[in-house]
Design a protein around this ligand. Sequence first.
Ligand code: ROI
Length: 164
Amino acid sequence: MTTPSTAFIGLGSNLGNPLQQLHQALEALHQLAHTTLTDTSPIYRSAPVGPQDQPKFLNMAARLDTRLTPLELLDRLLEIEDLQGRVRHQTWGPRVIDLDILLFGEESVDHERLQIPHAELPNRDFVLRPLLDLEPELRLPDGRRLDLLLAACPCNNLERLEDA
Ligand code: ROI
């Protein structure tokens, strides 16, 4: 059997009791086949990127060891989003739960359904901060250091809430 890959998932929610949505999604990640949830970051409240007439977000990151392929993992994440009642209305609009594959081992994926590293990762403190909480030395597949990206990226006024 192949050795597992370490994947990092970004979680975000700003509708329908966001804290509960995050916990429900973590439970679903914990139940994923061929996958072990190995760590979770603190939760942060952040100002919305995109339209400002929506509630603040809660954001966090999770680390998985998985034997799924990136596209298999994507499909599992989409199922979890659907189960939690995510409806896709508006680009950059509010959402009950958003699960993004941020990093997948050292892999870069450029597929019509999936881009890894996540395209917006370098620009979003609410993604970089929790990733760095999990792994302070983390780098992108091209070698760029996440701590340096965070220092250079726009500020969304992160407030740390609690440990998940
Ligand atoms: N803004 C914040 N702060 N956090 C998110 O998770 C988030 N997700 C999104 C958009 C709507 C772009 N803005 C966000 O998808």
